[in-house]
Write a protein that binds this ligand. Structure first.
Ligand SMILES: Cc1cc2nc3c(=O)[nH]c(=O)nc-3n(C[C@H](O)[C@H](O)[C@H](O)COP(=O)(O)OP(=O)(O)OC[C@H]3O[C@@H](n4cnc5c(N)ncnc54)[C@H](O)[C@@H]3O)c2cc1C
Ligand code: FES
Ligand code: FES
Length: 468
């Protein structure tokens, strides 16, 4: 018999004797009887279930980050701390500053959405003492509905910024290596060797990173996972390292952790990532998890493909390097062998002759899956393109480069004739599908036009970034 899940809940050391693959939302409402945390969509979209989770960042400092408890598993709480809307209310006699200001400022929304909004804003004030308006909107992008008005909520956040006290960071006992019982085991390895030997011993186990993709199986399809291996605590996977030529993200680095690095080297990539889900999703979701899904509409792949990224895969017979180009085999099928994981994602740092942009076309600006995502990287000598990379998501069963469009551009100037030839190559190379996000014709046209947008963009014309 392994042991129960131990964590700090609203400041108190807590033991939960439930299955580690139960969602935190289910446990909070059903077992802990903390029903301020609401269930709206149960798939990470609406923010009604937002909680604050204490996690160690890549610098090993603890911080409170927002998460969607509907797609967070109880096993992910082991050795950490959780703050719910009730915990916030208990922070001061008359509630947390955000709660007070929302009440005084007439910012309350419906009973489902208000708690999640308060939690998201309290989380923001932990990270930024005096957030600007853009940062407030960004923090709320994962709280979908604000029926009764956006303005009073922003004002409440601004007023609360002057009086919000920092929520103390508890010091829970470090995570146990194994929790749960024989029906449901949850493994929390601390080193890469431990992780690989667990995978070898339990090849049927679910490999779990942030869970923002795979936990939907539990939240929606009521899947039960007899064995789960969490990557989060593996020290080797929690690093971001830079050499003179390459930036390397460990296989458990989240999008939110990667964001400042992307901002520094590839601002266009950072703009895309700020539209990747919401703060709740980016704080949990990892780059490796995004690639690991081998989803045709994963937003990370097109940009990483044109930047020449490669992966370090670690498995039972050691490590191997693989260009990202070779990783996606078919719809949701990757080149990972049994027992192998993505140990790191390596991205060559930009050289002065590189021009790079990535664009996402989605129905909604924030928190939406791409209809088409196009990424472009050119190396130019004088006015001649010496190297072109063009890649798309949403256009085929896998994220894919368009070799014919690249050939149409190389050796040419980026002008009318080369653009026409490359756009024709894009339309001929892909046969996208029609679905609720867009018809095949729309996707083909949008993909080709994104190349033109890139050309206009780098020519100095201002192209408004808009959700189409
Ligand atoms: C509301 C919502 C919004 C979203 N918005 C976007 C979006 O805008 N753009 C987008 O691209 N995606 C989006 N996603 C999908 C998801 O958030 C991302 O794909 C995320 O990067 C997944 O990372 P994760 O750590 O949560 O992966 P998990 O769900 O933990 O795992 C996903 C898969 O990757 C595998 N895996 C994890 N780590 C490794 C590793 N180190 N090596 C090998 N395999 C591994 C897992 O076994 C699993 O098969 C969204 C999801 C939700 C719920
Ligand atoms: S219930 Fe909607 S995000 Fe969790
Ligand atoms: S449904 Fe709750 S504020 Fe709109």
């Amino acid at each position: 018999m392994k042991r129960s899940i131990q964590f700090v809940l609203n400041g108190k050391a807590t033991k939960a004797d439930c299955r580690p693959d139960m969602t935190v939302l289910e446990w909070l409402r059903g077992e802990a009887l903390l029903r301020g945390t609401k269930e709206g969509c149960a798939e990470g979209d609406c923010g009604a279930c937002s909680v604050l989770l204490m996690r160690r960042n890549v610098e090993q400092q603890g911080e409170w980050l927002p998460a969607n408890s509907c797609i967070l598993l109880m096993g992910q709480l082991e050795g950490t701390a959780l703050m719910t809307v009730e915990g916030l209310a208990a922070e001061a006699e008359d509630g947390h500053a955000v709660q007070r200001q929302m009440a005084e400022n007439g910012s309350s929304q419906c009973g489902f959405c208000t708690p999640g909004i308060a939690v998201s804003l309290a989380g923001l004030l932990q990270r930024k003492e005096q957030p600007n308006e853009a940062q407030i909107h960004d923090a709320l992008a994962g709280n979908l509905c604000r029926c009764t008005g956006y303005r009073p909520i922003v004002e409440a956040a601004q007023s609360a910024a002057n009086s919000a006290a920092q929520i103390p960071l508890p010091t829970p006992e470090g995570p146990a290596a194994e929790i749960g019982d024989t029906d449901c085991s949850f493994y929390l390895p601390g080193t890469l060797d431990e992780l690989l030997s667990l995978l070898a011993d339990h090849p049927e186990a679910t490999l779990l990173a942030g869970g923002t993709d795979i936990v939907l199986d539990v939240a929606h399809a009521r899947a039960r996972w007899p064995k789960t291996i969490l990557t989060r605590h593996v020290a080797e996977l929690r690093k971001i390292e830079a050499s003179a030529t390459t930036l390397t993200f460990g296989g458990a680095v989240t999008w939110e952790e990667a964001l400042p690095h992307l901002e520094r080297h590839w601002p266009s990539f950072a703009t895309l990532v700020r539209r990747f889900g919401s703060t709740q999703i980016r704080s949990m979701g990892t780059i490796a998890g995004n690639l690991g899904t081998a989803s045709p509409i994963g937003d990370g792949a097109p940009a990483l493909l044109v930047l020449g990224a490669y992966l370090i895969l670690a498995g039972p017979s050691g490590e191997r390097e693989m260009p990202l180009d070779e990783f996606f085999l078919d719809y949701r099928k990757s080149a990972l062998d049994k027992g192998e994981i993505i140990r790191a994602i390596c991205v060559p740092l930009p050289t002065p002759d590189l021009t790079f942009r990535v664009y996402k076309v989605s129905k909604r600006y924030d928190q939406d899956i791409s209809t088409v995502c196009g990424a472009f990287a050119l190396k130019v000598d004088g006015e001649t393109i010496v190297n072109a990379r063009v890649a798309y998501g949403g256009m085929a069963a896998i994220p894919k480069r368009c070799i014919k469009a690249e050939a149409a551009l190389e050796g040419e100037r980026l002008d009318g004739p080369s653009l026409t030839a490359a756009k024709k190559a894009i339309e001929e190379a892909f046969s996208p599908m029609s679905d609720m996000r867009g018809s095949a014709t729309y996707r083909s046209l949008a993909a080709a036009n994104l190349l033109e947008r890139f050309a206009l963009d780098i020519d100095g014309e201002t192209v408004e970034v808009m959700a189409l």
